[in-house]
Ligand binder design. Sequence first.
Ligand SMILES: NC(=O)c1ccc[n+]([C@@H]2O[C@H](COP(=O)([O-])OP(=O)(O)OC[C@H]3O[C@@H](n4cnc5c(N)ncnc54)[C@H](OP(=O)(O)O)[C@@H]3O)[C@@H](O)[C@H]2O)c1
Length: 304
Amino acid sequence: MEKKPLGWTNEKISPLILGSWEFGTPSIIDENNAIKAIQRAIELGINAIDTAESYGNGLSETIIGRAISKFKREDLFIITKVSIDHLRYDDVLKASEGSLKRLNTSYIDLYLVHWPNHYVPIRETAKAMERLFNEGKIRYVGLSNFSLPLMREFREHLSKTDVAANELHYNVLFRDVEKEVLPYMLRENIPLLAYDALGLGYLIGRKEVRNEYRWYVLARETYIKNLEPLIEEISSIAKELGKTPAQVVLNWLVSKDNVFAIFNTTKEDHLKENLGSLGWSLRDSDLRRLDEAVKKVTIDYFAR
Ligand SMILES: NC(=O)c1ccc[n+]([C@@H]2O[C@H](COP(=O)([O-])OP(=O)(O)OC[C@H]3O[C@@H](n4cnc5c(N)ncnc54)[C@H](OP(=O)(O)O)[C@@H]3O)[C@@H](O)[C@H]2O)c1
């Protein structure tokens, strides 16, 4: 698989990143199958894996640690995150030790602050992250769910390194990041790691929803109106191109400079299907059709 440059770093990683929240959720997938799924993704060319200390309370990291033990560590790019309630200086250091142990590795490639915490000074977290960088425990410092002002502020407190990525909610429908933070990141050559790339499946017309997602999807169903035309447009573009809807929505992301798409799957056929989002491009006319269809969807966060 052709790797993609990761912003200002000298790294190249797979344009698709394997997510792992589900791998830390035993009601969705058991440990042995999760290990197999991760190993299969790596064998098929995905070298970047996204996890967090909070996924399954560390279980996701533990499973990844087991899964990657049969591969060369330097061929992989492991991303994990420190939780919102561990952002005091000493807590960051402690949390990283836990992640290193569970991942069974001596370094984390990219260590993200999972969510900003407005009760902890940004400087304090940034200094702790930089210490981990200086000690070689993490290769790059990154953020997740950080707005433009908070991202700027965080960068001001780093002196030896810079923010190497921001992981954000971004897909064909949810494009808020395009207003402010993404243009800034593109100017600064800082990559965006997009989560919710498939909208948990609802963007591609998937009807059945896992119990574990139910609350999330219900919340969305109350504030997203008129989604059907977008799902139909994605599906008809897919048909014309001989692709699948999942491939269209993933391609929409990975065709952009400095944007990487995170997805999660428990199934080998979905994994292979998602890999088929690489190596081709949507036509300009497809992009315009998607833009038009998105305009028809209404998102009302105050809907009840
Ligand atoms: N930084 C953050 O705050 C944050 C927030 C949310 C998520 N994340 C990261 O992003 C990862 C992905 O989470 P997400 O919320 O973005 O979920 P997602 O990947 O958009 O959706 C996952 C769902 O899509 C289904 N799926 C995958 N490929 C499919 C295909 N080709 N056809 C039909 N269904 C398909 C999976 O079911 P099957 O198992 O049946 O394929 C699963 O139910 C997480 O694991 C996590 O690593 C980060």
